[in-house]
Write a protein that binds this ligand. Structure first.
Ligand code: SF4
Length: 561
């Protein structure tokens, strides 16, 4: 790997101003939108395009010319774009503008590693871990009701909407929702409990609420409307009932990566970060100005936001690293004849690919084969519903673990470098969440595997001591080459294309690192913030059939027999 510490990007005059000179939301509309709308362009599309161009200008410091800002698009928009803009025939799941994930946070990134890297049962952070956290949250709220109210309770009811209803069966959403309702947490649940629910779906469990015990079963989790005016594509409600009377009801949203929100949600109050940043450009400027790394800036922020010591942060990251290694090992140890749950009858292949790759004549082929096998192993564990780590989601849970395993267990890279890599990777994931989405139901697979690949590229570059610009370039490149990737899981199961896709995400991450560490870094033409803007815009424009609904793509073309 080349050592090009002295390579810095050409400074744009706009970048010489303070990071805080412009505190507008990078996705903000009003001050940036010109009033003259070119002929032939409808106002809504024009405003959206202008907003994206303006936001890119704010994030990158590159002003756009009047001609660029007002020129009509080079070609007519595709039928797919028209369908998702609400004027065509395609199904639309509109996002409420007052939902926090849509509004986008105005301030600096405040996400922390323990919120971001979550351990829980596969196969999907949004359809398994999120719903389980939601029902567990409701269970806790219900236990706090006054005793006289609880004494009247007769039933608990969960209703799943949108994508949760459309593909929930394939994800085991009803089992995850029931597990949370009976008081089980994602990080500690025994996957055998969930397997037991699959094998014996008629089981009944008593839920203790005060002095009252309420029986619940899978019949209390209802697959409701798949289409409607939902605040988020992954919407669900949970109710505590006394006959027909509702004692407690909450509407929740599983917004991706295992994150949850609810009606009236406001983000928790946190301490300010030591280095407030909203963009990769700002983050990297802090690192470069302080002659340090992105990882060190992230560590300082983590400590100031949470009040934790460096040892405590490292202890948490070690837990995640160890869990990632364990998931690869566990996946590789599965029999080559193992068949994953569900109607696809997909055979496990991680162990076979690994063994055969080790017999390859050339070292490079052995390396690519082994990396792919590690990703397949962790992703197959996700398909089994075993414990995985959101990095950033369950569907993409094979990507980062494969690189962590390869670096730590195969290349024997120092653990501290892996910790640093985990922090740099987290920064990449945070920024994608902050300005775009981690939810396939909002943005397709680019938001899952694409972000996972970008995070992994940052991990590898950091672990190999690359300068901050190379870390950014590697992450940018990996994300760029996943833009537009749709989510179309066959039969609603996170197996095809998801498992192999994790392997491709891992290999692309390595490719991105290989290019970024060998090119002349300052000549890299696209910056990370611009690509995140493209991710957000592509997510908005993508037809909802390709957003984890199994209504199109491979989910329709693949025949199961
Ligand atoms: S296709 Fe991609 S986004 Fe969709 S479930 Fe599979 S891994 Fe997740």
């Amino acid at each position: 790997m080349s050592n090009r510490d002295d390579e810095r990007p050409d400074e744009n005059p706009a970048s010489t101003k303070s990071l805080h000179d412009d505190d507008r939301d990078p996705l903000g509309l009003s001050p940036q939108v010109p009033s003259d709308i070119p002929r032939g362009l409808d106002r809504r599309k024009f405003i959206m395009r202008s907003a994206v161009i303006s936001a890119a200008a704010v994030m990158t410091g590159c002003a756009r010319s009047e001609t660029e800002r007002t020129a009509p698009p080079p070609a007519a928009e595709s039928p797919q774009t028209v369908a998702t803009s609400g004027t065509g025939a395609g199904p639309v799941v509109p996002l409420s503008p007052d939902l926090d994930v849509v509004k986008k946070e105005k301030g600096p990134v405040l996400t922390t590693v323990d919120e971001f890297y979550k351990v829980g049962p596969g196969p999907s952070s949004s359809h398994t871990i999120g719903p389980m956290r939601i029902t567990y949250d409701f269970y806790q709220r219900a236990t706090k009701l006054p005793a006289d109210k609880l004494a009247k309770a007769t039933a608990l009811r969960v209703n799943l909407f949108g994508s949760l209803s459309a593909t929930g069966k394939g994800h085991g959403t009803e089992r995850a929702a029931l597990a949370g309702l009976v008081g089980k947490e994602p990080a500690t649940v025994d996957p055998k409990f969930l397997d037991g629910l699959r094998d014996k779906p008629d089981q009944v469990f008593p839920v203790k609420l005060g002095n009252k015990s309420i029986d619940v079963s899978l019949k209390d989790v209802i697959y409701d409307a798949t289409k409607g005016d939902f605040k988020h594509p992954n919407t669900m409600t949970v109710k505590l009932l006394a006959g027909d009377e509702v004692l407690l009801e909450q509407e929740y949203y599983s917004v991706g990566g295992g994150f949850i929100e609810w009606k009236g949600y406001t983000p928790p109050k946190k301490n300010p970060p030591k280095y407030p940043f909203k963009t990769m450009k700002e983050l990297r400027t802090y690192a470069d100005d302080n002659k340090t790394t992105i990882a060190k800036i992230m560590l300082a922020n983590e400590m100031s936001i949470t009040g934790r010591s460096e040892q405590e942060v490292n202890a948490f990251i070690d837990k995640i690293i160890n869990a990632m290694v364990a998931t690869v090992k566990s996946g590789l140890s599965m029999s080559e004849d193992d068949v994953l749950p569900g109607p696809i009858k997909l055979h496990s292949k991680a162990a076979t690919v690994y063994k055969r790759a080790m017999d390859d004549k050339y070292e490079a082929e052995r390396g690519i084969g082994a990396l792919s096998a590690f990703a397949l192993a962790a992703s197959e564990e996700n398909g089994r519903g075993h414990l995985v780590i959101t990095a950033p989601t369950g569907g993409s849970a094979g990507v980062m673990p494969s690189l962590v395993y390869g670096l730590l267990e195969v290349r024997k890279v120092d653990r501290q470098k892996i910790r640093d890599g985990m922090l740099a990777a987290a920064a990449v994931g945070y920024l994608c969440k902050h300005h775009a989405t981690l939810s396939a139901a909002e943005g397709g697979c680019q938001a899952e595997i694409g972000v996972a690949s970008a995070m992994s590229a940052a991990l590898v570059a950091t672990a190999y001591d690359a300068p901050s610009l190379v870390v950014e370039n590697a992450a940018e490149s990996a994300l760029e080459h996943h833009l537009g990737m749709t989510c179309d899981p066959v039969a609603g199961y996170v197996q095809v294309p998801c498992i192999e896709r994790c392997a491709f995400g891992a290999v692309k991450a390595w490719t991105a690192f290989a290019i970024a560490s060998n090119e002349i870094a300052s000549r890299h033409r696209v910056n990370f913030d611009e690509t995140v803007m493209a991710l957000a815009q592509t997510a908005k424009d993508m037809n909802s059939k390709y957003k984890e609904t199994s209504e199109a793509g491979l989910a329709q073309s693949v025949t199961l027999c």
